[in-house]
Design a protein. Structure first.
Length: 256
């Protein structure tokens, strides 16, 4: 309880400090104060280098936040640390020296999964050519039978060579999604039934009454992996890929 109260007290004190600084900044009628010549030179060099000379930095000014300055480019501005190492662009942290989107890289790491832990027995297995293995040229995709982007992506998947594809029938878009998924899962030729529906619009035959489609387990898996839309794809590195990728983009992802 003591630790909790201390934490709350510190948080409140910090918030009051930030509000005080922001209020003082907002009340001033004066023009922004220029950053020191050394800071301005470092920021100008980094930002213009990152922009590859396409735009010039018109001014570098101080901000209410210690260590952060604004770089004015025409009528636009970006926030940069005083050393010119990092900038905030549309809510994303960018490494000005390497061009890396630090925020995107962090989000990618947070969204990655343990590929080897996936219950592949709940997915349909498709082998194209020589197939792949657990380390490369294997992917997992969540698809809804009524997802138009999934159908487009399915055509891309079927154009790949020497790859193994595990498909989870993920019925989340409409009630009929469960019916089609169950019918395809229970068909004598599961792959043919799914491909006929996704690529040709041919509905699979009704499933036998005693056929068990593991819908609840698949939905629980999707929720656990935070799969909120289809198609969602995972590659052996654990990286998450969203949407209907092109063949070149998918091939690039399979190389990592």
């Amino acid at each position: 309880m003591l630790i909790s109260r201390l934490f709350v007290a510190k948080a409140v004190a910090l918030l009051l400090t930030v509000l005080s600084v922001a209020s003082a900044w907002a009340q001033t009628k004066q023009e922004p104060q220029p950053a020191s010549p050394a800071v301005a030179a470092a920021v100008k060099k980094s930002v213009e280098g990152w922009l590859k000379g396409r735009f010039k930095v018109d001014a570098v000014n101080k901000t209410p936040m210690p260590g952060i300055v604004e770089a004015l480019i025409g009528s636009d501005l970006i926030y940069v640390d005083e050393k010119g190492g990092f900038a905030f662009i549309e809510g994303q942290m960018i490494n000005l020296k390497t061009g890396q989107n630090v925020t995107a890289a962090r989000q990618e790491a947070l969204q990655a999964i343990d590929f080897k832990a996936l219950p592949l027995d709940l997915a349909m297995k498709t082998v194209r050519g020589k197939g792949g293995d657990a380390q490369q040229r294997t992917l997992v995709v969540f698809e809804d039978p009524y997802c138009s982007f999934c159908k487009r992506f399915r055509a891309v998947l079927m154009g790949l060579e020497n790859v193994t594809i595990y498909t989870y029938f993920y019925p989340i878009l409409r009630p009929e999604s469960t019916t089609v998924s169950r019918n395809a899962w229970c068909a004598k030729d599961r792959e043919a039934a799914w491909e006929d529906w996704m690529l040709n619009g041919k509905e699979p035959p009704p499933a036998p009454a005693n056929c068990d489609f593991p819908k609840d387990k698949i939905l629980a898996l999707g929720q656990r992996l935070n799969v909120q839309a289809t198609p969602t794809t995972f590659v052996p590195s654990g990286k998450r890929l969203q949407g209907a990728l092109t063949a070149p983009a998918l091939e690039e992802a399979l190389k990592r």
